[in-house]
Design a protein around this ligand. Sequence first.
Ligand code: FAD
Length: 368
Amino acid sequence: MPELLTPELIKLREDCANFATQHLLIHSNHPAENAREQVRAAAKAAGLFAMTQPKAFGGSAAGQLALCVARETLAAANPPFMDSVFGPSPGVLGSVQEPLATSHLAPLIAGEKRSSFGFTEPDDATPTAGVIDGDNVIINGQKSYVTGGADADFINALVRIEGRGPSMIVIDTHLRGVKIENKFVSLDGSHHAAFSFTDVSVPANQIIGEPGEGLPKAMRQIGDVRLLFAAQACGYMIWVLNLLNEHLKSPDKSGEARGNKDVVRWHYSELRIQAFAARSMLYRTARLADSGENIVNEAIATKVFATEAVGVIVDRAIQLVGGTALVEDHPLAILYRRVRGWRLAEGATDVLKLNIGRGILELDKGRI
Ligand SMILES: Cc1cc2nc3c(=O)[nH]c(=O)nc-3n(C[C@H](O)[C@H](O)[C@H](O)COP(=O)(O)OP(=O)(O)OC[C@H]3O[C@@H](n4cnc5c(N)ncnc54)[C@H](O)[C@@H]3O)c2cc1C
């Protein structure tokens, strides 16, 4: 078993499995109009909502292993509204001082303001840049893929500040010069926006931390999301493999169990090996993170492996189940669309592999 969990974490896993059955799966077929509110209220009562929130704001600030256990277990039920279970986390705003603590972090945690993350830029654009002018930073540039951007009150954006370097800065979306250029929906159904900034004047005290410290801050948030993707991917692997288990025990037209054919068994076993490897990586990396180790390279390796593996597993499961699995609302077809973006979001697999090579060859970082 990769888990070897403490009694507390075993209890968390059981609680999450029960939560998925009692509060999420009940909305699978005919979700109530206020299903999200119901899920949020239940998640608060169960202590799950607070796991992603800082203690200073009433949260329980769970460690990476606990978060992985919770996310993997919920995803293993493949339920709807999983994104409403955990409260908004501070992300790059984690250790901000005043005025950002009151003006943006507190309302974010309370659910009164929505944030988004502006990192990716169009290939043909000049990098988003800022110039300090008295108490303000004047920002010009573009961000091309801001998840939830159209509904966001502010964007935590990476901006190259003249003379200081890459910095994270909070840009309120209502400011003059902030324009939504395009709204779009990706394959998984999630909503995004592309933004342009024209002479946007942002108070300089909305720079997160010191100017020039932006990249490590952005990368820390990206690293956390990479583990989140990996944990959910592992949960979906469990769900798909359970489905296949049932399917392969059921009879085909000749009356024989579908899993009696060697080639089918071979495929199924191959998928189980991949899931076992992905889960082993996830739990080891989460434990390293909780013990305070630098896990930049391990989180990359885990994200790459788990998101590629879940893609293969869902794809191969569709092949083994057959044409019915491709009907638009079949759970496997839905999963196929849902997991595809993970191989690009928070770093394309190809580029992350280069980062692993650079980590070890140039910086002597990264475990095997
Ligand atoms: C669902 C989803 C949500 C997203 N949400 C956000 C968000 O909230 N905020 C945000 O800022 N971004 C977001 N993104 C954007 C995401 O971070 C980028 O798509 C990702 O980093 C890849 O960048 P790109 O799309 O510009 O592709 P590119 O960087 O152009 O890469 C495309 C391909 O080109 C090749 N390639 C690129 N560079 C190299 C290289 N150096 N060496 C070798 N090959 C290379 C690789 O094959 C790579 O897969 C999201 C993306 C998705 C799919």
